[in-house]
Write a protein that binds this ligand. Structure first.
Ligand code: PXP
Length: 244
């Protein structure tokens, strides 16, 4: 199987910085370490309330970091303008509710097909690779295809929180969704809640070409350092994919 692409979400470096104000720790410094740690892209979520990543962070990530930049954002006019301004390599469209602690469920593509079709078109024309963050539901994948998204990111949060039999069932849902992506011609990504213990079965799904992982790795970085935390994830992924 091919080496899986690993995006590192650096939002929570900014969370830590913002706890005190000021500039330390700098998420852009983390982004610059991703390559040497074995990651392939930097991922950051510009939230409506700017609770972690700020506009300035986005501008700096686009300007100062050589790695591909995957900007996660809601499907709002404000975010579209930002994406068209900085032209990241990729945009992942996520649902957003101000009061949620993190992105709790996937985007309802079925319920807003016309809006998303119109939202995606200028991004695609600008050369930005768009993905839609969706639950592993066939109806959502089919709608993603209809609105013109080339990629989807499967929300792995329910799988990560489930235990025992329920987890096996969630993994099967992800596997079936990944297979459907291949049938539909959608590039398949996955992410949310992944850690060293739960990542391998997801990375073993052959259709999944990209994972985006954040919170767990930034937490581990507190104990072992950012580069070591990401390196260990890279090693697990390479082992699953038998990459040497
Ligand atoms: N992918 C998407 C679309 C997300 O919204 C997030 C969280 O911001 C992640 C991946 C990373 O999730 P986690 O921080 O739980 O690894």
């Amino acid at each position: 199987m091919r080496r899986i692409r690993l995006g590192i979400n650096i939002d929570h470096v900014a969370t830590l910085r913002n706890a005190r104000g000021g500039r330390h720790p700098d998420p852009i410094r983390a982004a610059r370490l991703i390559r040497e740690a074995g990651g392939d892209q930097v991922t950051a979520h510009l939230r409506e309330d700017r609770r972690h990543i700020t506009d300035e962070d986005v501008l700096r990530l686009a300007r100062e970091v050589a790695l591909p930049f995957n900007l996660e954002m809601a499907a709002t006019e404000e975010m579209q303008a930002m994406a068209l301004r900085v032209r990241p390599h990729a945009c992942c469209i996520v649902p957003e509710r101000r009061e949620e602690r993190t992105t709790e469920s996937g985007l309802d593509v079925v319920g807003q097909e016309a809006h998303l079709r119109a939202f995606i078109a200028p991004l695609t024309e600008a050369g930005i690779r768009v993905s839609l963050f969706v639950d592993p539901e066939p109806t959502q994948l089919e709608a993603a295809k209809r609105v013109g998204a080339p990629c989807v990111e499967l929300h792995t949060g329910t799988y990560c929180l489930a235990e025992g039999r329920a987890r096996a069932q969630e993994l099967e849902r992800l596997a079936a969704a990944a297979r459907l992506c291949a049938e539909l011609g959608l590039e398949c990504h996955a992410g949310h809640g992944l850690d060293y213990d739960n990542v391998a079965p997801v990375a073993a799904l052959p259709e999944v070409v990209e994972l985006n992982i954040g919170h767990f790795l930034i937490g581990e970085a507190v104990f072992v350092g950012f580069v070591a935390a990401v390196r260990r994830m890279r090693a697990i992924l390479d082992e699953v994919r038998r990459v040497s």
